[in-house]
Design a protein around this ligand. Structure first.
Ligand code: SF4
Length: 366
């Protein structure tokens, strides 16, 4: 598929998720953001909304079979986050801090990075205590070691990543959480420079375009080679639609980004990734504030086991013998491409980005 065939922002119909079941805990229903979500669910015509009498979610594990997995994937829970969530964690290499609008995602990417990080049935939990979470961010401004005060990325200010455990745009039509966060970042009187960061594989940006972002939110679009997206990214917006959304935001003056991930050396990868970068160059206004983040495919023993259970017929390459094992700070094992493969990918991408998107800043390669 040649992305180049699309030379102007089209207006594709966004794919919107409708959960088949919604559970709302008692505390979540009492929070203003919880009530806003309930109103949106009603407006969206979601009928199966269960208001729980307590803060406990029912057992959603089922028999652990495929039907239970699909039911969980189609369930939205509105909850209040545990108090421990207010202690923000650093999230290198993306941002100084992470806070969560939600946890879980309704899409079906066969390499999904959530597989190894989240436990329990894969429902999507939205946090109704958003106003309190946003109000607590001031205390972190001026602190952090990923962007704050660094030579390379200090100009971004103190950065907050909101898409670590979810795709916020996948659920935005039901929650409004991303718009609330963008508006807070854009209008709040912060004690120092800040940036909200989020990444998505969806395209429904119409409700975001006119928000008072004041250049303090960078929305990045997660994109990939055509064959990777086609084979492995179920339930997401097609890549050309994501690129049209990227162009629409850039044209409206938003800082934007490409998260090229997970990069895979599939057959014909130079041509496919080249087509992708050409399509971005053709769509973006020349003065777009564009960053690029490159993440190669990797997996852990845990994510591999979970993904094989979720997608038993997957053709995604997760062959430990074809990978190099890396160990993290606490001994956690990660399987990445061998050094020569990595070097070949990296040098190609660095040259291709410099040639095709010379205005873009490459934030990191991993
Ligand atoms: Fe996972 Fe992102 Fe795909 Fe959702 S869109 S399934 S979070 S990789």
């Amino acid at each position: 598929m040649l992305y180049l065939t699309m030379t102007a922002p089209a207006a594709p119909r966004p794919r919107l998720w409708t959960p088949s079941r919604v559970l709302v805990t008692r505390s979540a229903a009492e929070r203003p953001h919880g009530q806003r979500i309930l109103a949106r669910l009603e407006a969206a015509g979601v009928s199966d909304v269960e208001l729980l009498r307590s803060d406990r979610l029912p057992n959603l594990r089922g028999d652990g079979d495929r039907a239970a997995f699909m039911r969980a994937k189609d369930t939205l829970a509105v909850v209040v986050g545990a108090p421990s969530r207010r202690r923000l964690q650093p999230i290198p290499p993306s941002a100084d801090w992470r806070f969560d609008l939600a946890e879980g995602c309704p899409a079906h990417c066969q390499y999904c990075y959530l597989a190894g990080s989240l436990t329990g049935p894969p429902i999507t939990r939205v946090f109704a205590d958003l106003d309190e979470v946003l109000a607590g961010l001031d205390a972190h401004v001026g602190r952090g070691s990923v962007t704050t005060g660094t030579a390379g990325r200090g100009a971004e200010g103190t950065t907050f990543e909101a898409s670590c455990y979810t795709d916020p745009l996948a659920i935005e039509h039901l929650t409004g959480g991303l718009a609330a966060a963008v508006t807070h970042f854009g209008t709040h009187d912060w004690p120092g420079p800040v940036q909200l960061r989020a990444t998505t594989k969806f395209d429904d940006v119409a409700g975001l375009l006119d928000l008072p972002h004041h250049g303090r939110t960078r929305l990045r679009f997660s994109v990939n080679a055509a064959s990777v997206a086609r084979r492995f990214e179920g339930g997401t917006a097609p890549v050309p639609a994501r690129l049209a959304a990227l162009a629409a935001l850039a044209t409206a003056g938003w800082p934007v980004g490409l998260t090229i991930a997970p990069i895979m050396p599939v057959e014909g990868w130079r041509e496919e990734y080249g087509d992708l970068l050409d399509a971005v160059a053709a769509l973006l206004p020349p003065d777009a504030d564009l960053t690029v983040e490159c993440i190669t495919h990797r997996f852990t023993p845990n994510s591999r086991a979970t993904l094989i259970e979720w997608y038993p017929r997957t053709r995604l390459e997760m062959d430990v013998d074809r990978r190099t094992t890396k160990r993290g700070k606490f001994g956690a094992v990660k399987h990445v491409y061998p050094r020569e493969t990595m070097a070949g990918l990296r040098s190609w991408f660095e040259a291709a980005l410099a040639e095709r998107l010379p205005q873009a800043r490459l934030l990191y390669w991993t």
